[in-house]
Design a protein around this ligand. Structure first.
Ligand SMILES: *Cc1c(COP(=O)(O)O)cnc(C)c1O
Length: 217
């Protein structure tokens, strides 16, 4: 388990899929990991990280960024409407736009901030009740509403059901993105990023394969 091993696996998956490795962004998911592990990966020169909670990210990234100013941090977890402002101040991308109310808040804050993080729409491809995201059937109309708000969308994001074959979900997400003219695909985690690359992932979110198992204490 390490950054270099993960990179080697990404390179191999890209070769197999005839893709340029530079077309796949590796988001090192640092949530819950102790700071010394994150620091070690920062020192190896990795610049892109993912967090799933605004508050946790606020507690560690301002300091790390002082020492490693090129660092980018993406929000990959659910976002509450009342945390939109701090999230937009902190994160370079938000992967979890999943409601019109949230999208409208982001659009409003983008006006007042004069900039907007890169945005992905989360699709609940498995239509699991406990999971966030719009349904596949809602995707086209949801994206049309976001365009009306003048929000620029980079792509789609999904978290496949654990007990199902991820490739079916990756293929579905790719199809939904393509028919809406979107090129970004945020999909693939430690257990399935190679398949995600085969299905066109542009952003893979990998935690435990880089940092080791998360200890939730
Ligand atoms: C935690 C998390 C990941 C990383 O999971 P690993 O299995 O450790 O790679 C990826 N995506 C999301 C949305 C997460 O919350």
């Amino acid at each position: 388990m390490s950054l270099s091993e993960t990179r080697n696996r990404i390179d191999a998956a890209c070769r197999k899929a005839s893709r340029d490795p530079s077309s796949v962004s590796l988001i090192a998911v640092s949530k819950v990991q102790p700071n010394d592990r994150v620091q070690a990966v920062l020192e190896q020169g990795h610049t892109l990280y993912g967090e799933n909670k605004v508050q946790e990210a606020q507690g560690k990234w301002p300091d790390f960024r002082t020492t490693f100013p090129d660092t980018q941090v993406h929000l990959i977890g659910p976002l509450q409407s009342n945390k939109v402002r701090p999230a937009m101040e902190l994160f370079d991308a938000i992967h979890t736009v999943d409601r019109l109310k949230l999208a409208q808040r982001i659009a409003d804050q983008a006006q007042s901030l004069g900039r907007c993080p890169e945005l992905f729409v989360q699709v609940n491809t498995g239509e699991e009740p406990q999971k966030a995201g719009i349904t596949p059937a809602e995707t086209d109309s949801f994206l049309a509403e976001l365009r009306q708000m003048d929000l620029k969308i980079a792509g789609l994001m999904c978290i496949p059901p654990v007990e199902e074959t991820p490739s079916l979900h990756f293929a579905l997400l790719g199809k939904l993105a393509a028919r809406n003219g979107l090129t970004g695909l945020s999909m693939g985690m430690s257990s399935d990023f190679e398949e995600a690359i085969a299905f066109g992932a542009t952003h893979i979110r990998v935690g435990s394969a880089i940092f080791g198992k998360r200890d939730y204490g």
